[in-house]
Design a protein around this ligand. Sequence first.
Ligand code: ADP
Length: 163
Amino acid sequence: MANRVALYPGTFDPMTLGHLDIMKRASRLCDKLVIGVAINRDKNPLFSLDERVEMVEYVVKPFRERIDVEIKPFEGLLIHFVEKCGASMIVRGLRAVSDFEYEFQMAGMNDRLNPDIETVFLMADPQYQTIASRLVKEIARLGGDVSQFVTPEVERRLKDRYT
Ligand code: ADP
């Protein structure tokens, strides 16, 4: 399994404990983990690209004791980015049936574009299964407590943003 590179792409707007759990678990499957932060202009993210990268940067420090971790912004076709990173697998988290259809289609299309790259799905941990960045933002915007969904650092950023 020498030099197995995995790419975990996402928008991470903001990063949640669900994302963090997938990062942790993915880091055990490879020698190098690239976390791709999608620029995703269409999604109109709440946090800037730099902020989203910083949020991820903040939590990956412990993984770096074991494996090589890189955080890279990206734009354009995912499969081109995977190839550029030299990754052999794309890691995605699956929460519910609602994630399945989209992810299934994406994995199928990416396989057609480059059959050497495998998409690996990690089932969301039951305790994080219902966490979605979109809902976390909604709760924070309405003044709710998001401490059980995100790290204290992300919670602070959400508070700053909405007050
Ligand atoms: P994208 O715009 O690529 O869907 P997200 O940041 O929303 O970006 O999600 C990135 C990946 O993390 C996706 O594979 C998504 O299914 C997964 N994910 C999101 N939230 C969770 C969670 N709570 N538990 C496990 N996986 C998750």
